[in-house]
Write a protein that binds this ligand. Sequence first.
Ligand SMILES: Cc1cc2nc3c(=O)[nH]c(=O)nc-3n(C[C@H](O)[C@H](O)[C@H](O)COP(=O)(O)O)c2cc1C
Length: 186
Amino acid sequence: MNAPTACNEQQWKIVQIDDKDIIQDLYQRGSASFLQNANQCFLACYNKRSDNREWLDHIQSGAAFITTFQLLAHTMGVGSCWIGHLPNKSELQRMFDIHPVYEPVALVTYGFYRNKVKTLPRKHDVSRIIMKNRFVSDHLVFDLSRSTLFRTIGRYIYYKIPAVFRRKLRHMTVPYEKKFYYETFD
Ligand SMILES: Cc1cc2nc3c(=O)[nH]c(=O)nc-3n(C[C@H](O)[C@H](O)[C@H](O)COP(=O)(O)O)c2cc1C
C-alpha cells in the first residue's frame, strides 16, 4: 500500500485469484504455460483516467505496485513472477468483470520459495547501461536476426481467435511461447 503512484492517487485494484479452474482457464486461453503450476496469482489493475496518457501514468503506477510487492514479498520468503504473456486485455476485462475505467496491467504469481534463491548473472555490465547527460548510441550493436514482425502478427491473430478454438489449439502453441534471450547484443 506504500508503492508510489502518479500524483499519489493510489488507484490500484487487485483481483486475487486462487481458483484453480480460473488459473487453468487462463492457461488454456493462451497465458504463459507455467501458470498451470501456480496455486495463486493476482491481476493488478489501475484506473486509466489519467491526463498523462503520453507517459502511460496508469501503467507505470501499476508496474510500481508490482515491483514493490515483489521486493517486499521476497523479504518474507515469497517468490513471485510477473506475467505479461496473457490474452488480450479486453478478454481479461470480460473474464473478471473488470470495470471499464480500470485497465489490467499484469498478472503476478507468487508462493513460498521451495529452495534457496540464486541470483542469476546480469546480462550487461552497469557501465554499459548508465550514461552521463545524454544517450550515447555510437557503440550500440543490434542483432538483426531478431525480428519481432512475424511473432507480432502471429500473436495478434492467435489472440483474436475465439477462446473456444484457442483452448483446442493450446497444446500446439506451447513451443512458440517466447523464451528467454541470452544474446549479448544491445
Ligand atoms: C513486463 C514484464 C513481463 C513479464 N512477463 C513474463 C511472462 O509472461 N512469463 C514469465 O515467465 N516471466 C515474465 N516476466 C518475468 C521476467 O522474466 C523476470 O522478471 C526476469 O527474467 C528477471 O528474473 P529474475 O528476477 O529471476 O532475475 C515478466 C517481467 C516483466 C517486467
